[in-house]
Design a protein around this ligand. Structure first.
Ligand SMILES: Cc1ncc(COP(=O)(O)O)c(C=O)c1O
Length: 378
């Protein structure tokens, strides 16, 4: 039986069609009609007017912070429970991330953020921005975060790498921060193999990011540079792939939500297994179905389940290891940390690809349940 992956690419007939169109048009580099169209279409889906297509979600986060003027000597608040890219992008600017734990939504805790910014400022830190991460396809509570950010006069950057297609209070994910970054890497809900998009309501910020993404070339015939730039643009071929994927975003969200609901139904009543809660303020895209395992009730811990799945050639992954537990960020200020650490210790992401069949899902569930007996000493 073929291996079941956590979240593999899901391609249709339109991808080769549009990629071929890009190749045949000879627009195969970092400019072209597919890039322009992908930017327009993605901006519309995200409910914002401006977008620039980039080489990765990390590049989008990095440029978001650069155009906000974040740099050496600054500190930036960051969700503790996230993938390292959120914090790495802060470090690239020369600023120092400090970490804020999540609440019961698994996203950054607004009250704790309030205290964290006040404390860092009282300690003399220069804090001008927050990177808030929409985790596993669930938006942060942006109304609450906006109040905190306004009170402290800090800018909110939305790490929407995982939340394309989700909503916050009926608005699409991507318009909640001053800037938002999407990722299209291979495991995301749509993929360009690798790629990202920076979006905003602020035209000037996006146009500045666009310029910085092509080595900050001035608009003159020769190569003139007034500031340090980057090589961060997306290629026209990859934008073609992204456009084809975006056409089926609604179906992809529906498929992932259906999978999550079916996991819930199949594991319903199993002692010691619970699911990531869906916050009442929005509708997640269910990018990954995440369970939390209580070993005392289930019989074995999440690592035993993961290994049992691996033995059946099924890929599952622990939740993100919180930033405050990462050796590279060990010396950074952290507020809270118990919630994220607890989730890391007990949480597991199950195979959630939009092309996963019910038969494959049954195999996953059977392996989860069988992991209990797999641990009985022989
Ligand atoms: C929360 C989060 N932020 C940022 C990124 C970075 O995106 P990319 O891999 O496209 O650089 C990812 C995904 O990899 C992510 O999950």
């Amino acid at each position: 039986m073929p291996r079941i992956y956590l979240s593999p690419p899901d391609l249709g007939d339109r991808e080769p069609e549009l990629v071929l169109e890009a190749i045949e048009s000879n627009w195969i580099t970092t400019l072209g009609p597919q890039v322009d169209a992908f930017e327009r279409e993605l901006a519309e889906v995200a409910g914002v007017p401006h977008a620039v297509a980039l080489s990765s979600g990390t590049a989008a986060l990095h440029l978001a912070l650069v155009v906000l003027g974040i740099g050496d000597g600054d500190e930036v608040a960051c969700s503790d429970l996230t993938f390292a890219a959120s914090a790495n992008a802060i470090a690239y600017t020369g600023a120092t991330p400090f970490f804020v734990d999540c609440d019961e939504t698994w996203t950054i805790d607004p009250e704790l953020l309030d205290r964290a910014i006040a404390e860092r400022r009282a300690a003399g830190a220069s804090v001008h921005a927050v990177v808030a991460v929409d985790l596993y396809g669930q938006c942060c509570d942006y109304d609450a975060l906006r109040v905190v950010c306004d009170r402290h006069e800090v800018v909110l950057v939305q790490d929407a790498a995982e939340s394309l297609g989700a909503t916050y209070r009926d608005a699409p994910a991507g318009g909640q921060g001053a800037l938002a970054a999407f990722s299209f890497n291979g495991n995301k809900i749509i993929t360009t193999s690798g790629g990202g998009m920076l979006v905003s309501r602020d035209r000037d910020l996006v146009e500045h990011a666009r310029k910085l993404s092509t080595q900050a070339r001035e608009p003159v015939a020769h190569y003139e540079h007034l500031e340090i730039g980057f090589n961060y643009r997306m290629s026209n071929i990859l934008a073609a792939l992204g456009r084809a994927q975006l056409e089926t975003l609604d179906e992809r969200v529906a498929a992932r939500r259906r999978l999550r609901d079916r996991y819930r139904a199949l594991l319903d009543g199993t002692p010691g297994i619970s699911f990531m809660p869906e916050a009442g303020y929005g509708r997640g895209n269910a990018w990954l179905t995440c369970i939390v395992v209580d070993p005392a009730l289930f019989g074995v811990d999440r690592e035993a389940i993961r290994l049992a799945l691996e033995a059946e050639d099924i890929e599952a992954r622990p939740l993100w290891k919180p930033m405050h537990l990462q050796p590279v960020f060990a010396s950074h200020a952290t507020f809270g940390g118990k919630v994220s650490a607890g989730l890391f210790g007990r949480g597991l992401c199950l195979p959630s690809g939009s092309a996963l069949t019910e038969e494959q899902q049954d195999r996953v569930v059977a392996a989860v349940l069988a992991s209990r007996s797999a641990q009985v000493p022989g």
